[in-house]
Design a binder for this molecule. Structure first.
Ligand code: FES
Length: 110
Protein backbone atom coordinates (compact mmCIF):
# COMPACT_ATOMS: atom_id res chain seq x y z
CA UNK A 1 0.00 0.00 0.00
CA UNK A 2 1.28 3.46 -0.86
CA UNK A 3 -0.21 6.87 -0.26
CA UNK A 4 0.39 9.37 -3.03
CA UNK A 5 -0.34 13.07 -2.68
CA UNK A 6 -1.33 15.04 -5.76
CA UNK A 7 -1.09 18.83 -5.65
CA UNK A 8 -3.87 19.85 -8.05
CA UNK A 9 -3.62 22.87 -10.38
CA UNK A 10 -5.55 25.05 -7.90
CA UNK A 11 -3.04 24.20 -5.16
CA UNK A 12 -5.26 21.84 -3.18
CA UNK A 13 -3.79 18.51 -2.10
CA UNK A 14 -5.44 15.11 -2.69
CA UNK A 15 -4.06 12.05 -0.94
CA UNK A 16 -4.84 8.77 -2.71
CA UNK A 17 -4.06 5.21 -1.64
CA UNK A 18 -2.64 2.77 -4.14
CA UNK A 19 -3.29 -0.90 -3.36
CA UNK A 20 -2.32 -2.89 -6.42
CA UNK A 21 0.59 -1.50 -8.34
CA UNK A 22 -1.20 0.83 -10.70
CA UNK A 23 0.46 3.60 -12.61
CA UNK A 24 0.42 7.12 -11.27
CA UNK A 25 -2.00 8.09 -14.05
CA UNK A 26 -4.44 5.26 -13.23
CA UNK A 27 -4.46 6.22 -9.57
CA UNK A 28 -5.18 9.88 -10.40
CA UNK A 29 -7.94 9.09 -12.91
CA UNK A 30 -9.55 6.52 -10.63
CA UNK A 31 -9.75 9.11 -7.88
CA UNK A 32 -10.93 11.95 -10.14
CA UNK A 33 -7.86 14.03 -9.37
CA UNK A 34 -8.01 17.36 -11.18
CA UNK A 35 -5.28 18.01 -13.74
CA UNK A 36 -4.84 14.67 -15.52
CA UNK A 37 -6.97 13.86 -18.57
CA UNK A 38 -4.99 10.86 -19.86
CA UNK A 39 -6.80 10.94 -23.19
CA UNK A 40 -4.84 8.07 -24.75
CA UNK A 41 -5.38 5.75 -21.81
CA UNK A 42 -1.70 5.31 -21.00
CA UNK A 43 -0.29 4.58 -24.47
CA UNK A 44 2.22 7.47 -24.29
CA UNK A 45 0.55 9.19 -27.23
CA UNK A 46 -1.15 12.25 -25.75
CA UNK A 47 0.92 13.69 -22.88
CA UNK A 48 -2.26 14.94 -21.19
CA UNK A 49 -1.01 13.06 -18.14
CA UNK A 50 2.07 15.26 -17.72
CA UNK A 51 3.07 15.96 -14.13
CA UNK A 52 6.00 17.25 -12.11
CA UNK A 53 7.39 14.80 -9.61
CA UNK A 54 8.33 16.57 -6.39
CA UNK A 55 12.07 17.29 -6.45
CA UNK A 56 12.61 15.26 -3.28
CA UNK A 57 11.24 12.16 -5.06
CA UNK A 58 12.70 12.26 -8.57
CA UNK A 59 15.61 10.01 -7.60
CA UNK A 60 13.14 7.30 -6.61
CA UNK A 61 10.77 7.59 -9.57
CA UNK A 62 13.64 8.17 -11.97
CA UNK A 63 13.61 10.77 -14.76
CA UNK A 64 11.66 10.53 -18.01
CA UNK A 65 13.00 8.13 -20.63
CA UNK A 66 14.29 9.75 -23.86
CA UNK A 67 11.03 8.93 -25.72
CA UNK A 68 8.93 10.18 -22.84
CA UNK A 69 10.98 13.37 -22.64
CA UNK A 70 10.59 13.98 -26.37
CA UNK A 71 6.83 13.59 -26.04
CA UNK A 72 6.67 16.14 -23.23
CA UNK A 73 8.97 18.61 -24.99
CA UNK A 74 6.86 18.35 -28.14
CA UNK A 75 3.92 19.98 -26.40
CA UNK A 76 3.31 23.68 -26.79
CA UNK A 77 2.61 25.86 -23.80
CA UNK A 78 3.74 23.29 -21.25
CA UNK A 79 6.38 24.13 -18.67
CA UNK A 80 8.92 21.34 -18.96
CA UNK A 81 11.01 20.79 -15.85
CA UNK A 82 13.80 18.31 -15.01
CA UNK A 83 11.18 16.49 -12.92
CA UNK A 84 8.58 16.31 -15.72
CA UNK A 85 7.11 12.84 -16.23
CA UNK A 86 4.18 11.29 -18.04
CA UNK A 87 2.23 9.87 -15.13
CA UNK A 88 1.17 6.84 -17.20
CA UNK A 89 4.83 5.81 -17.30
CA UNK A 90 5.34 5.87 -13.52
CA UNK A 91 4.64 2.46 -11.99
CA UNK A 92 3.63 2.70 -8.35
CA UNK A 93 5.01 0.43 -5.66
CA UNK A 94 5.64 0.35 -1.94
CA UNK A 95 8.88 2.24 -2.45
CA UNK A 96 6.92 5.30 -3.54
CA UNK A 97 4.81 5.51 -0.38
CA UNK A 98 4.62 9.23 0.44
CA UNK A 99 5.27 10.41 -3.13
CA UNK A 100 4.24 13.98 -3.90
CA UNK A 101 3.24 14.94 -7.44
CA UNK A 102 2.45 18.41 -8.77
CA UNK A 103 -0.06 18.88 -11.57
CA UNK A 104 0.56 21.80 -13.95
CA UNK A 105 -2.17 24.37 -14.57
CA UNK A 106 -1.42 24.53 -18.29
CA UNK A 107 -2.09 20.90 -19.14
CA UNK A 108 -2.82 20.20 -22.80
CA UNK A 109 -6.34 19.00 -23.49
CA UNK A 110 -7.78 20.42 -20.28
S1 FES B 1 -2.10 8.96 -20.83
FE1 FES B 1 -1.53 9.62 -22.80
S2 FES B 1 0.61 9.85 -22.65
FE2 FES B 1 0.02 9.24 -20.66
Amino acid sequence: MATITFIQPDGTARACVNFEGMTLMQLAVGNLVDGIDALCGGMMQCATCHCWIDEAWIDRTGPASPDERAMIEGLSGVEVRPTSRLSCQVQLGEELDGLIVHLPPDQPGI
